[in-house]
Design a protein. Structure first.
Length: 129
């Protein structure tokens, strides 16, 4: 099990994520490249929440191929193209993850390779080796 690290000497997180997460040194790791909200058939939903669902679904498929799942994610880096996408992204993330929450960063960026994408998510997962 991963150990959340949340020192009382720092301001608590603004959302459900861990400021730090300790992972045993004998863990297997999977590093997921940034995933966009695109379905296998190439369709891209217009809204951030639906794109976020697809990003995490794609990450789940990558992890499943390695024998892991979303519950094994220890680190999330997410990028959205505007402040209006923060809440839809966080609502999906908060629904998918429980304690111990992954360490997480969410940034606003100017854009992605194609303008229809509004969110991209990369993740690191760890499970006992």
């Amino acid at each position: 099990m991963h150990k959340p690290l949340s020192p009382a000497s720092i301001h608590p997180p603004f959302a459900p994520y861990s400021p730090g997460l300790e992972v045993s040194s004998r863990s297997r790791l999977i590093f997921c490249s940034g995933q966009l909200g695109i379905a296998k058939d190439g369709s891209i939903p217009l809204d951030c929440a639906s794109q976020t669902e697809l990003c995490f679904s794609n990450i789940a498929a990558i992890l499943a191929e390695g024998g892991m799942g979303l519950r094994d994610i220890v680190r999330i880096n997410a990028y959205v193209t505007g402040r209006e996408h923060l809440q839809p992204y966080m609502q999906v993330r908060n629904r998918l993850f429980g304690e111990p929450f992954p360490a997480s960063t969410l940034m606003i960026v100017a854009g992605f390779a194609r303008p229809e994408f509004v969110v991209e998510i990369e993740a690191i997962a760890a499970s006992p080796g």
